[in-house]
Design a protein around this ligand. Structure first.
Ligand code: SIN
Ligand code: MN
Length: 185
């Protein structure tokens, strides 16, 4: 898969790092990096989008063309994504239930691509109290959260080891494309 070889080159340029939770500074179990003009980061000071890698200080590399094309085909939104968060799940990594709400433009959907081992993905409604259900996201699956689902709570309970041979070290990659700012036109 051509995307994987592109990702390898890009990740060498902007390595995965371990983000920490706001306030507590507790490390997250997922490692992260980003592509695009803006990248989503979390540290003791809070959640935000910023143009540079927090450890290398270098600008994030551009979003690979294949991912931009997926957005053009599936997002049904007339402006390009500005951010691509890359999550790397290994070992016991998981992601708690949350909403994506650090963006200004909530009209644009969130488009995510899963690669590598299968994830048990959980999704609820727009209130934390809403019931949730889970389903599997396999390598190559693309999920678009748009319209009324844009603000739905979601997370990853776990991934199922050895369900894919795509990534040489095993584990799971999730690439999330997002629009951050309101388009100017
Ligand atoms: C996320 O919500 O940032 C990641 C979701 C996933 O890994 O599928
Ligand atoms: Mn999310």
């Amino acid at each position: 898969m051509a995307l994987i070889s592109d990702l390898r080159v890009l990740v060498a340029e902007c390595p995965f790092y371990t983000p920490v939770m706001p306030g507590s500074g507790k490390p997250m179990s997922v490692r992260m990096t980003n592509f695009g003009q803006l990248g989503w980061v979390t540290d003791k000071a809070g959640y935000r989008y910023q143009p540079c890698h927090p450890e290398t200080g270098r600008p994030w590399p551009a979003i690979p063309a294949q991912l931009q094309e997926l957005w053009e085909k599936l997002a049904r939104y007339p402006h390009p994504p500005e951010a691509c968060l890359v999550n790397h799940y290994t070992g016991k990594a998981r992601m708690g239930l949350h909403q994506d709400k650090d963006e200004i433009d909530f009209d644009a959907p969130v488009l995510s691509v899963s690669l590598g081992d299968t994830a048990v993905f959980r999704i609820g409604g727009s209130s934390r109290k809403d019931p949730t259900r889970s389903f599997k996201l396999q390598s190559g699956d693309v999920l678009v959260m748009g319209g009324p689902a844009r603000m739905n709570f979601h997370g990853v309970d776990r991934f199922i080891p050895a369900t894919s041979t795509l990534l040489s070290g095993g584990g799971r990659l999730n690439l999330t494309l997002r629009r951050v700012n309101l388009p100017v036109n």
